[in-house]
Design a protein around this ligand. Structure first.
Ligand code: PMP
Length: 360
């Protein structure tokens, strides 16, 4: 069987044991005579799947009891609107940190619903660093502060989660959820599209502190109110059943690896060897400031931009897929989410060494 190392920013690799388990269970799930895709979302079998998926996620992330977990649709992009529709409802003011393309989209959407203030931005240096945030910068009256914990396109990450005091911190964790251990009590609301570290596209995970539920505007559509989904256990309407089942398999895989502690160690090692090689290569260059570097998305450039295309093509021929950088950054980007094994990163480095010796 041919499998490649896929460095796509998302949808991205899924662990092979997860795909194999899904394949094995596909036509006849648990002796039901049907696949998960074909069964009622109200059936006992699916109830078990969604209950287990939630419990596994709670265990993995150590989610406190006063937080609800919601499985829904619409992607992280829908959260850009849902968050303000539900939370920008008291003072009508929110503070945002602008660290890249996705932050900008979240800001633009929130501006439709209230007064948005950008309290810090790294746009002055092409989003190559994470600005320092301290409590004095935050409006104590703000309904929430919003950050993008990991910037998928620019390859930056908040190493330290800002202390926002009593103002709830809302985070877009799409590209680093489940990549390392985190203290969930620091956040008011976490949202993430599934298609990087959770499972297939179509599923969006929201983790929300209970006191933030039930604040939506009166005109908020039922489907966009967190209360609807939290009260119905994510079963107000038909949820993305197969994606939830796949997420459950991914969570089981993570648990077997030693949970987020084990995953974090592997992720740190993958990122460490790649950055180490980039930095010592005197050929490849990381555009990102060292203290802001992501361990999930690693952009790099080469001196002769005309060689980018050749690099990507030759890498692909070696089974190293989707290394082209985002058009706004250029160069290359290796997204090395949870399912990318260490060997995949080693293979990439081997190829980078060969490419360097031919073109240096
Ligand atoms: N935020 C971040 C940080 C992302 O990386 C992405 C997708 N790449 C999005 C939001 C948008 O997610 P979706 O496609 O699920 O709407």
């Amino acid at each position: 069987m041919k499998r490649v190392y896929n460095f796509s920013a998302g949808p991205s690799m899924l662990p092979l044991p997860v795909l194999e388990k899904a394949q094995q269970e596909l036509p006849n799930y648990n002796d039901s005579g049907m696949s998960v895709m074909e069964m009622s979302h109200r059936s006992g079998l699916f109830t078990d799947i969604i209950t287990q998926a939630e419990q596994l996620l709670r265990d993995l992330m150590n989610i406190p009891d006063n937080y609800k977990v919601i499985f829904m649709q619409g992607g992280a992009s829908q959260q850009f609107a849902m968050v303000p529709m539900n939370l920008l409802t008291k003072s009508g003011k929110a503070d945002f940190v602008n660290t890249g393309s996705w932050s900008k989209k979240a800001i633009k959407e929130a501006e439709k619903f209230g007064q948005v203030r950008v309290i810090a931005s790294s746009e002055d240096e092409n989003f190559t660093y994470i600005p320092k945030i301290d409590r004095s910068m935050i409006d104590p009256e703000a309904d929430y502060v919003h950050i993008t914990t990991n910037n998928t396109i620019e390859g930056t990450t908040f190493r330290d989660i800002p202390d926002t005091g009593d103002v709830p911190l809302v985070v877009d964790m799409s590209s680093n959820i489940l990549s390392e251990q985190m203290d969930i009590s620091k956040f008011g609301l976490i949202y993430a599209g599934a298609q990087k570290n959770i499972g297939p596209a179509g599923l969006t995970v929201v983790i929300i502190r209970e006191d933030l539920i039930g604040q939506a505007t009166e005109t908020c559509p039922t489907m966009l109110d967190y209360k609807t989904h939290s009260e119905s256990g994510s079963l107000h309407n038909t949820p993305p059943t197969f994606s939830i089942y796949m997420a459950k398999l991914v969570f089981e895989w993570l648990k077997e690896l030693g949970g987020l502690k084990g995953m974090e160690e592997i992720n740190q090692e993958k990122a460490r060897i790649l950055y180490e090689y980039i930095d010592e290569s005197d050929f490849y260059l990381s555009p990102v400031k060292e203290d802001s570097r992501s361990i999930m998305n690693i952009p790099f450039v080469i001196p002769d931009r005309d060689l980018d295309g050749l690099f990507v093509r030759q890498a692909q021929a070696r089974g190293l897929e989707t290394l082209k950088g985002h058009r706004s950054v250029g160069g290359m980007r290796a997204s090395i989410y949870n399912a990318m094994p260490l060997e995949g990163v080693q293979e990439l480095i081997n190829f980078m060494k060969e490419f360097r010796s031919e073109h240096k």
